[in-house]
Write a protein that binds this ligand. Structure first.
Ligand code: HEC
Length: 200
């Protein structure tokens, strides 16, 4: 069998295959198992996207534009913890942003914070700590509304998480995160108004 480092012209004896051969398909090859015979498969419908902040068409365009600091981070300047008070113009507030916010909130937040944002999501009893009440001024643990908690701070919480809450910036683009901020603000005014009209 010789020693390690010896040279030989003989066919090597394969004691351990060392994964030289694997039962796998390479990309762009044929796989007869599927009707369309493609080895590459599309993600299962409904797969949650792990997007990036970069848009390929933009990156490879002649004049790529990159979003500003406030839009990417919710901060006024790089090093400090000072937050923009409002959703930056770059997010383009309109009905489609609102719809996007509702859709993403229902997917990523409602399970803990509840459909109305009052912290009563189905996960509440499984977490060691109650999810923050984002919308209901009459319940405990209420997140203060616009003007007091800056929008940039909420954006930052969605991105990086807080305490027991996970950060979601690998799953939501900056635009989607601002859309959720817009939707949370809407839940706040919706719940307050519903309560004051119930009292009248
Ligand atoms: C796994 C459950 C869970 C999910 C999902 C979740 N949160 Fe939270 N969130 C929490 C908990 C728990 C806290 C309280 C953190 C603490 O005090 O330790 C919290 C706190 C917060 C706060 C307040 C942070 C602070 O500084 O007081 C905001 C704002 C918030 N969440 C928004 C959101 C939004 C918007 C989403 C969806 C993008 C979301 N959360 C998804 C559990 C969750």
């Amino acid at each position: 069998m010789g020693f390690r480092g010896d040279l030989t012209e003989n066919t090597p004896l394969e004691v351990f295959p060392d994964m030289d051969r694997q039962a796998k398909y390479k990309s762009q090859t044929q796989n007869d198992f599927y009707g369309d015979k493609k080895a590459d498969r599309l993600p299962v419908p409904g797969t949650a996207i792990r997007g990036t902040a970069l848009e390929i068409n933009n990156v490879f365009s002649e004049k790529p534009t990159f979003s500003n600091l406030a839009f990417r981070t919710g901060k006024i300047d790089e090093d400090s913890d000072s937050w923009v008070s409002k959703i930056p113009d770059e997010a383009q507030i309109d009905m489609s942003l609102m719809r996007l916010g509702k859709e993403r909130y229902d997917i990523h937040c409602a399970i803990c914070h509840g459909t109305y944002g009052n912290g009563n999501g189905v996960m509440k009893e499984f977490l060691g700590v109650a999810p923050r009440n984002l919308s209901d001024p009459e319940l405990t643990n209420y997140l203060e509304p616009a003007g007091r908690i800056p929008d940039g701070k909420i954006f930052h919480t969605i991105s990086m998480g807080a305490g027991n809450m996970l950060g979601l910036k690998d799953k939501l683009s900056p635009k989607e995160r601002w859309a959720i901020v817009l939707y949370v603000r809407t839940l706040q005014s919706y719940v307050s108004e519903a309560q004051s009209s119930a009292k009248n």
